[in-house]
Design a protein around this ligand. Sequence first.
Ligand code: DAT
Ligand code: MG
Length: 136
Amino acid sequence: MSERTLVLVKPDGVSRGLVGEVISRIERKGLHLAALELRTVDRATAEQHYAEHDGKPFFADLVEFITGGPLVALVVEGTRAIPAFRQLAGGTDPVEKATPGTIRGDFGLEVQFNLVHGSDSPESAEREIKLWFPNL
Ligand code: DAT
Ligand code: MG
């Protein structure tokens, strides 16, 4: 059954010129793009997006980072799109958890600068797609 997930190419991915690489991997996996936009996000949206991490020691840096430059927001669609993109992205820590062959494993070094976001559950995907693309 087809489902949708919210993907971000975070500001580090944009500044490093990896937007095409990420989109290429999404398309080669067989997933489809349902929405795509380059945008610089405000603090309120960033805080809502990462609300589950409010209060954690890295929260302030995370919001600072994600609002610090343009990012690319996408809605990606396809069979098992949510776990499929998480698989493409690799684990949160690009060195300790993400394996080579994944986006983070191939291009990331630091946890904070791990290049991409992908919704982690159907509930998160619904919430995040509403936040980023309210008209979709
Ligand atoms: P993911 O992005 O794999 O879903 P997450 O939801 O646990 O990971 O965390 C959201 C983001 O917060 C993550 O992509 C990078 C940052 N982050 C997580 N844990 C961190 C830590 N220990 N130190 C610094 N940044 C962290
Ligand atoms: Mg997460």
